[in-house]
Unconditional design. Structure first.
Length: 88
């Protein structure tokens, strides 16, 4: 009986660690997206490579289960968002 309990505990801890890693990456991704939006709003050059590097890591975690997949971001997506939200 204790082996079952240990297995469940181990599984639960692994899932928690998995989710925490995803949430950390999610925060970093959102910060990078906000930075790209800020630069775009101010007509400054911006890139999306770092955003997509984090997104790739998030999607790798998603392939292992329990967390969602995120879309890769293009410069056009950022520009379209800025145009819709800020009219620029």
């Amino acid at each position: 009986m204790s082996n079952v309990h240990e297995a469940i505990t181990k599984h639960s801890k692994n899932q928690h660690r998995h989710i925490q890693s995803f949430l950390t990456l999610e925060g970093k991704r959102e910060s990078l997206i906000e930075e790209a939006i800020f630069l775009c709003v101010n007509s400054l050059p911006f890139e999306v490579e770092q955003i997509n590097k984090v997104t790739s890591e998030m999607n790798r975690l998603a392939s292992e289960g329990i967390v969602p997949i995120r879309k890769m971001v293009t410069k056009e997506m950022v520009q379209e968002f800025v145009e819709r939200k800020y009219g620029k």
